[in-house]
Design a protein around this ligand. Sequence first.
Ligand SMILES: Cc1cc2nc3c(=O)[nH]c(=O)nc-3n(C[C@H](O)[C@H](O)[C@H](O)COP(=O)(O)OP(=O)(O)OC[C@H]3O[C@@H](n4cnc5c(N)ncnc54)[C@H](O)[C@@H]3O)c2cc1C
Length: 347
Amino acid sequence: MKTDVLIIGKGISGILLSVLLKQKGINSILLDRGHKNTSPLSETIPPSTLTLLNQLDLLTVFEETSSKTYGYQSKWNSVKILDQGFFNYNPYKYGLKLNKQLLLKQLEKTASNNSITYDLIKEIDKKKETTFVTIENKTKTYEIESKIIIDATGRKRALLKQLGIPSIDYDDTFAFICYIPKNEMHLKYGFFTETFNNGWGTVSDLNETTRIITLYISKSNTNFNLFKAYKNWNKILSNTQILKNCLPNEGIFKVIGKKANSSKPLHIVGDNWLAIGDAAMAFDPISSHGISNTIFCCNKASIVIKKYIENKNSAILKENYEDVLFTIFKEYIKQKEKLYTQKVITI
Ligand SMILES: Cc1cc2nc3c(=O)[nH]c(=O)nc-3n(C[C@H](O)[C@H](O)[C@H](O)COP(=O)(O)OP(=O)(O)OC[C@H]3O[C@@H](n4cnc5c(N)ncnc54)[C@H](O)[C@@H]3O)c2cc1C
């Protein structure tokens, strides 16, 4: 098979890039391992990202598969509940809480219709201007010739690992996620963030009946293992004001663990490859900017890929993509560190 762009990973970044490339008349093949993510995270995107979505003609599909959110409340190292309404943002006075499964299904309809489910990448043979990738699934072996290959495998960074590109971790934050029934505790905006002794947590209304509660802790914290079992959560959250009141009085619920740290690879572009989304830069969920980063990345990537295909000059990838994204990541790390070292506010 022959394609301009081979995209490995069919999460939001892989599908979105395929959509944006198609808009530019560039064909792509999406490679999927067929492992479906069955637990929705209900990611939130802030009002500032909606302007970019509008420019990319994607706002309608995002809005149709999301609910509007008008802000959040928090107790971040604070004795007071802080109110962050989105009402002063212009032109959008709301953010979006995504139904990602529905969003991906809708986006796929406008993405490349070339998609292959595979089990194993057998070989990557990089030549000067083209790459041959051999993949296998239970029934077939495919050899795909592509001008550029994309790592869109999130924090797994499958292609980068195969190419021997190391990653740099900036912290070891881990998320423990639990779906609980809604109780009588009402959240003004359906979202609350609160710090506690060993970490911090969020509670987010998913629908009429269910909430997601997520606790974040450093993997090196001596209490890390306690977070794995829901039966310990009442004790862990005993000093919180809001989070503890969201736990139902009865029941034991399943806890799912996920990496949630900040990290980036040493490089996100090479001669004829590029990384996007979390594979390029993974943000701590406190920033609420993982999806915004993905949208920004995919837009930038689609522009540089077009130029690269036209000019065959890989310097374009470094200057117009890697340098830009790494500048953003540096600023993000600075802001994140400021937030985590913030002392208790007593106003
Ligand atoms: C607990 C938590 C809460 C979050 N909350 C928010 C939020 O509120 N707002 C926000 O903006 N962001 C949030 N994020 C971040 C957001 O979820 C990510 O930034 C976003 O999903 C990244 O998309 P992606 O497509 O790059 O990676 P992923 O969503 O990880 O998708 C990668 C895809 O690649 C596939 N894959 C993996 N390995 C291979 C392989 N070897 N071959 C082929 N395919 C492979 C996977 O199955 C998956 O489909 C949160 C993240 C976490 C962990």
